[in-house]
Design a protein around this ligand. Structure first.
Ligand SMILES: [Zn+2]
Length: 332
């Protein structure tokens, strides 16, 4: 399996929480572990976002960031994943003296150590800028990503409340990312509409996080197709944040019909209590996907991954070997 849209702070295991809380003397609350997941009938985006407070509190040291990154890579490997791009915002982990560079290096450290023992599995990191942050803080994220070019930091992102902070506000930030030739993916068209996706394209995005509200049948869809933009769908997360009402509303078939590339991802494995197998399973049950459909979607994940052609070749071989097993796990 492959996940191109996976947030580190939304994907800590219960064991991670227990280990870090005990080590640092943090109270996990009387509702633990229920307070790390949202229910399917999550009442609002606010409740969804509240689930990131505890990880934010725990992930303020080099050791802890390295620990949870290592733990996530090992879990994905055990689950039969072949590739993942794990994203996080270093600036959110710089509240107790850690620099953004240290936070990024901590995640790299945890990732690299885990990969040494997870043969056949590949993973990279994406550094997120935040919509609520000031320009200097986001510029620093871009600078860190540029300095770490050539490591497993492979792209930058923009996350946060898109309704309050439109993508156009971040032109200077992404002009710098473009100048540095960094790969860019941007969250957009999740809480708001198609305009936000167009602004993300103006800012140099080659992939869009979610983008489910793209007007795929209109001019915006044509532009996305022409520019060969890949969309990172995360269906369960969209239902929980009220971006979409049901799995039937996921515009999967519409995008595919228009020839716009789509991938299937989990967003937050813990907060959304899901993984890519489950996401595919929901889409299979809703749209009666065939084995060929699943293969095409996973081929998109390989084609649009921010990794080298060599790695993509290896992933393709692995996908061909494992597609039957993946489909069994999705119940096709
Ligand atoms: Zn996301």
């Amino acid at each position: 399996m492959i996940d191109l849209h996976l947030h580190l702070d939304g994907s800590l295991s219960e064991q991670d929480f227990i280990y870090l809380a005990k080590k640092d003397g943090v109270d996990l609350g009387k509702d633990f572990p229920n307070n790390i997941y949202v229910p399917m009938d999550c009442p609002s985006l606010e409740v969804y976002l509240e689930r990131f407070a505890l990880p934010g509190l725990l992930l303020q040291s080099y050791e802890n960031i390295a620990h949870v990154t290592n733990s996530l890579v090992r879990r994905l490997f055990k689950m039969g994943y072949i590739y993942a791009e794990i994203r996080f915002a270093p600036q959110l982990h710089a509240q107790k003296g850690l620099s953004q560079m240290d936070a990024a290096k901590a995640a790299l450290d945890g990732l690299n150590k885990a990969l040494e023992e997870c043969k056949g599995f590949e993973a990279n990191l994406i550094l997120c800028c935040m919509r609520h942050a000031d320009e200097a803080t986001n510029i620093e994220t871009i600078e860190v990503a540029n300095k770490l070019k050539g490591t497993r930091v492979v792209a930058v992102d923009l996350a946060g409340a898109e309704a309050l902070h439109p993508c156009s506000y971040y032109k200077n930030v992404f002009d710098l990312a473009k100048k540095y030739n960094l790969n860019i993916t941007i969250h957009g068209g999740e809480a708001t509409g198609s305009d936000e996706v167009m602004m993300a394209l103006d800012n140099g995005a080659k992939r869009i996080g979610h983008g489910v509200h793209l007007d795929y049948q209109g001019e915006d869809g044509k532009r996305a197709k022409q520019e060969n933009i890949c969309f990172e769908f995360c269906p369960t997360s969209n239902l929980q944040t009220k971006s979409l009402k049901s799995y039937e509303d996921v515009p999967l078939l519409g995008f595919v019909k228009q020839g716009i590339p789509v991938t299937v991802n989990s967003d937050n494995m813990t907060v959304s209590n899901t993984d890519v197998y489950q996401e595919f399973s929901h889409l299979y049950q809703t749209f009666k996907l065939s084995k060929e459909n699943v293969y095409e979607l996973l081929m998109n994940s390989i084609k649009y991954a921010f990794t080298s052609d060599d790695v993509k070749q290896k992933l393709l071989i692995e996908l061909n070997k494992r597609i039957d097993k993946f489909c069994q796990q999705i119940s096709i």
